[in-house]
Design a binder for this molecule. Structure first.
Ligand code: GTP
Ligand code: MG
Length: 990
């Protein structure tokens, strides 16, 4: 039969029926035909195998043995395949796995994860001293200083660190001649790319003072951007003093003020470093006398802030004459203090003078009379101030000569100072040449070290004040004694304040300060979390310390042990730590309390909702969120009732950084992010219009409450810890009496703050002993407080926390039998009565407001006013920066209007204005959130008076709640009747 007749036009077989075996044969034949030449060989081989008695299909040719076909080889000696080592080389690991031993989704050999988020040096820098020497200095707390380098954005903190790194490490030639700074403490790739610090990074260096004595100096470089002020808080908690870096040109800015405020809150002494000194000469081109006035103005500005936050005491003031002010141009590798400059004079001129004495005459209204060769306080005929004459003018001359690049004049300058340059240096570009020449002239930063050594308490003295400030337990306990004495032989206590991710981001290393005892690898410890108390020991876990290191930004020095006063990086203890922790020995006889959690000067008010692109990856994202939460001290992650995962941060840059870490480092899933929104607060502006009451479900108890707004400033005082419920009744009484004019009775009847220990709401017992059985009332106190705190945490308007509310219990009927007044009855009722009193007191919504500082040239100011006005912002001041063409515009802007503000600002000012925003206060949103007559139109901006309603309704929708607050839910029937009766009475009167 012809092939064509067997198939129809669609290719279906229509021929006679075939037996199955025929079909198979045919298939086999077709296959063989397709395989073509070579298949014959296989056939032959198969035949040969059959003769051998071997199974066809399994290639049993012995590997690597020629002529093996004939040899008799025992079964166990047979080798069929090359070994993994022969194929892949020596260092190959071979795994023989049984089937189904691993879950399907787990790879047999996991790919090596590499996150390129840390800058990797080809080879680690080598310090000029041995690690042992560093270790030995760090083990002597008297010779250690722990300093946080703080300041405004881009004021030169990281470059100052670079200067110290260069002086203590062997730099490679390419690093030395490179015009781009290394930014050694910016360890992340994104920090380098954006040229901004995002994380606080510690380094322990051996620095020499001007007399050549070595000290172990722990420095931590903090970010200057106000969004990252949480890193600053963590760094300050571990330090004993601060090096405040202020740009000589920009002077005091918002970041400077924040840093001073935060340092004051920790009670740390300030040393001032006026950085970028060269900008006065090269950019502003100020004549020397004007440069002096500019510097003095900056120092005065710092001092006025210090007076505001520390008080007027002389000890905290900074003054070049006291020796706590240094000047530097770190980019050019030099720094000086008055004393180090005086020493330079004495050395160069070989003068038999005491540099200290000379230095006292180099600042302020001091003049040098060249004729009598004496110093006086009165200006001579044509004299300049000594600082100008002896410091600024020579500096200007040095720069002029070096920048002139004339080899002869440069040689002249160098000879004058008795130093020489390498011949090849004269051929260098201006920047490296100035850097090399200046660092030769000024030498190492001995003056700066002198300043730190003198003004920052030693690790030993610092530990004592840390314990007094941060230990939550009794100060007279034995443990506190050991900590205060910084006793290396006492029980181990480590205060962990920061977590650094490991290279593969699988876990974290804990960074902290040893408060007492000695830690070494292998120690068995107990990690106490932030909610640990001796009564509730749940938040504690056992762990074993892995490696112990001294952190050096990009490398680590392994330590055999770290004694009290040291900063350490610990491996293996991070599992249960979220933000801070206290590490103690596994077994300790004494009662232990924790060291205080961090306190922040700002609040996380911007929130975004996240969701994995692929819903099945939710667990991965949740795990990622848990990790970013560890990495950022102020970050708050929450799961809303609707199941939405929200992340709270301080601002746009902060959340941008968080999301980048979440996506790329910690979860590796695609994450969808909703537009940012802000958190709100709920408050009242009047006293409740009637006493609200509620009965417990069993009708045995009845609570009556009213609410009224709190005094201005009280909420902030409570939040900042200026008043605390842990105080004695007497202390509380006198605080409220003196500051807020409360009567003593009211002050003593405070029951609680809410929603937590330092929440901005108060619960007062305002009942009279003649009307209420106080004994019974105090029996249910705990339950009422819990109800109040629950209510204060989630207000009735849109589930946001309450603020500024003073709840007063006016009356209470409590069941005599304990069975009838249990928590289950009282807690929800207390919450309900809080809500009804709240709704009767003209409730309002509050929104967060940013303080915005804008740097701009004068001609852009009007455009800035317009941009701000469009966003409900307003300017509070616009002031010129003395000695510069810059204006500073200060303004308030609601956070909800701040999204995209920076871009808008740049657009309207042709990129000339630059702004920084930081949370400042809460402000009432205009309009009544409960006004039902307002009609909200979708996609249209709400008018001013409808804003509160608009915000509330949108928040409720987002949270999956109904549009309106159902008042009936919070009122009992008798209460509703009472309301109706009062309404009717009111109508009659009208
Ligand atoms: N002219 C001059 N520029 C400097 C000097 N020191 C730093 N800069 C420049 O100032 C900019 C910011 O320096 P950084 O050291 O990164 O500032 P920072 O304070 O660490 O910045 P953040 O950590 O992001 O707040 C860089 O562009 C430096 O080149 C200096 O002494 N002279
Ligand atoms: Mg920096």
């Amino acid at each position: 039969m012809a092939d064509g007749d067997l198939y129809d036009e669609f290719g279906n077989y229509i021929g006679p029926e075939l037996s199955e075996s025929e079909e198979e044969d045919e298939g086999l034949q077709q296959q063989q035909q397709m395989e073509g030449p070579g298949s014959e060989e296989e056939e032959e081989e198969a035949e040969a195998m059959e003769e051998d008695g071997r199974m066809p299909g399994t290639d049993l040719a012995l590997y690597g043995e020629e002529g093996s076909g004939m040899a008799v080889v025992l079964h166990e000696d047979k080798k069929y395949y090359p070994t993994a080592e022969e194929t892949f080389g020596k260092d190959t690991e071979t795994l023989v796995q049984e089937e189904d031993a691993q879950a399907l989704e787990v790879p047999i050999i996991a790919p090596v994860k590499q996150h390129r988020f840390q800058v990797e040096d080809k080879e680690a820098l080598r310090s000029r001293y041995t690690p042992e020497f560093l270790g030995s200095l760090l083990s002597t707390p008297e010779l250690c200083r722990s300093v946080a380098v703080v300041g405004h954005l881009h004021h030169g903190k990281t470059i100052t660190m670079d200067m110290l790194v260069e002086q203590t490490h062997e730099m490679r030639p390419d690093q030395r001649s490179n015009e781009r700074p290394i930014r050694y403490t910016d360890t992340r790739v994104d920090e380098q790319e954006r040229a901004i610090s995002l994380k606080a990074v510690p380094m322990s260096l051996v620095l020499e003072n001007s007399k050549g004595k070595s000290y172990g100096v722990n420095l931590i470089d903090t970010p200057g951007h106000v969004n990252f002020s949480d890193e600053l808080s963590a760094a300050l908690r571990l330090s004993d003093g601060v090096l405040l870096v202020v740009d000589a040109v920009e002077g005091v800015m918002v970041g400077t003020e924040r840093a001073i405020k935060a340092a004051a809150a920790e009670g740390l002494p300030i040393c001032l470093l006026i950085s970028k000194f060269d900008r006065l000469l090269l950019e502003l081109k100020l004549p020397p006398p004007d440069a002096y006035h500019k510097l003095r103005h900056t120092i005065e500005e710092v001092n006025s802030l210090i007076a505001t936050h520390y008080g007027d005491e002389e000890q905290y003031r900074v003054d070049p004459l006291k020796g706590n002010v240094a000047f530097a141009a770190a980019l050019y590798g030099w720094s000086f203090t008055l004393e180090s400059f005086a020493t330079l004079y004495c050395e160069v001129y070989d003068a038999p003078m005491d540099p200290k004495e000379l230095s006292q005459r180099l600042w302020g209204d001091r003049y040098f009379n060249a004729e009598t060769r004496t110093f006086s306080k009165k200006a001579g005929a044509m004299g300049e101030r000594t600082f100008v004459q002896f410091i600024l003018e020579p500096l200007y001359k040095i720069y002029a000569q070096l920048i002139g690049e004339d080899e002869r004049s440069v040689r002249g300058v160098m000879e004058e100072f008795g130093v020489g340059l390498r011949p090849q240096s004269y051929g260098m570009n201006v920047k490296p040449l100035v850097k090399e020449a200046c660092s030769k002239i000024f030498g190492k930063a001995g003056g700066l070290v002198d300043m730190l050594v003198r003004w920052v308490p030693s690790a030993k003295a610092g530990t004592m004040s840390k314990v007094e400030r941060c230990y939550t337990g009794p100060q007279d306990s034995q443990l506190a004694e050991h900590m205060r004495a910084c006793n290396p032989r006492g029980p181990l206590v480590i205060y962990v304040c920061k977590l650094f991710p490991k290279k593969d981001c699988s876990g974290f290393d804990a960074f902290g300060r040893v408060m007492s005892g000695t830690v070494k690898s292998g120690d068995k410890v107990r990690v106490l979390g932030e909610s640990y108390t001796p009564d509730d020991e749940e938040d504690s876990a056992a762990a074993t310390v892995g490696s112990v290191w001294a952190s050096q930004a990009r490398y680590r020095v392994p330590l055999t042990k770290a004694v009290a006063g040291n900063w350490v990086l610990l491996e293996g203890v991070d599992a249960t730590i979220t933000k801070t922790a206290t590490i103690v020995p596994e077994f300790l006889d004494e009662e232990v309390h924790i060291l205080k959690p961090l306190a922040f000067a700002t609040q996380a008010v911007v929130k975004i909702a996240t969701e994995p692109l692929n819903p099945s990856e939710l667990p991965k994202m949740v795990e990622g969120l848990r990790k970013v939460n560890k990495s950022y001290p102020l970050l708050v992650t929450k799961v809303e009732e609707s199941g939405e995962h929200t992340v709270f941060g301080t601002g746009e840059l902060y959340l941008d950084s968080v999301m980048k870490d979440l996506r790329e480092l910690y979860s590796e899933v695609e994450v969808k992010v909703a537009d940012p929104v802000v958190s709100f607060c709920e408050t009242v502006v009047e006293t409740s219009s009637l006493k609200c009451f509620a009965e417990t479900p069993n009708k045995r108890n009845k609570l009556t409450m009213i609410v009224e707004p709190m005094e201005k400033g009280l909420a902030e005082d409570i939040e900042a810890g200026r008043v605390s419920m842990e105080w004695s009744r007497k202390e509380l009484g006198s605080f409220f009496q003196s500051k807020y004019d409360w009567d003593l009775l009211a002050a003593r009847s405070i029951w609680a703050f809410g929603p937590d220990r330092c929440g901005p709401n108060i619960l007062l017992d305002d009942t009279l002993p003649s009307e209420v059985d106080k004994g019974l009332l105090s029996a249910v106190r705990e339950s009422i407080v819990q109800g109040f705190q629950w209510g204060a945490r989630e207000g009735p308007l849109c589930d946001e926390p309450m603020r500024n509310c003073k709840f007063k219990i006016m009356d209470a009927t409590i069941a005599k039998e304990p069975l009838h007044r249990g928590g289950g009855q009282v807690i929800p009722t207390a919450r309900r009565v809080c809500y009804s009193a709240f709704l009767m007191a003209t409730p309002r919504l509050m929104e967060p407001v940013y303080y915005v500082e804008i740097q701009t040239p004068a001609d852009c100011i009007s455009a800035i006013y317009t941009v701000l006005a469009k966003r409900r912002g307003h300017v509070t001041a616009d002031v010129p920066k003395p000695g510069t063409p810059i204006f500073i515009v200060k303004a308030f802007l609601p956070v909800s209007e701040s999204f995209g503000f920076e871009t808008d600002l740049r657009y309207h000012t042709q990129g000339q204005a630059f702004c920084l925003s930081v949370f400042d206060h809460w402000q009432i949103v205009p309009g009544d959130p409960l006004d039902r007559s307002i009609v909200l139109r979708p996609l249209e901006p709400a008018p001013m008076q409808a804003l509160a309603r608009d915000f509330m309704v949108k928040s409720r929708r987002r949270k999956g709640m109904t549009d309106d607050v159902s008042i009936n839910k919070f009122f009992d029937d008798p209460m509703l009747l009472e309301l109706a009766r009062q309404d009717a009475e009111l109508q009659q009167i009208l």
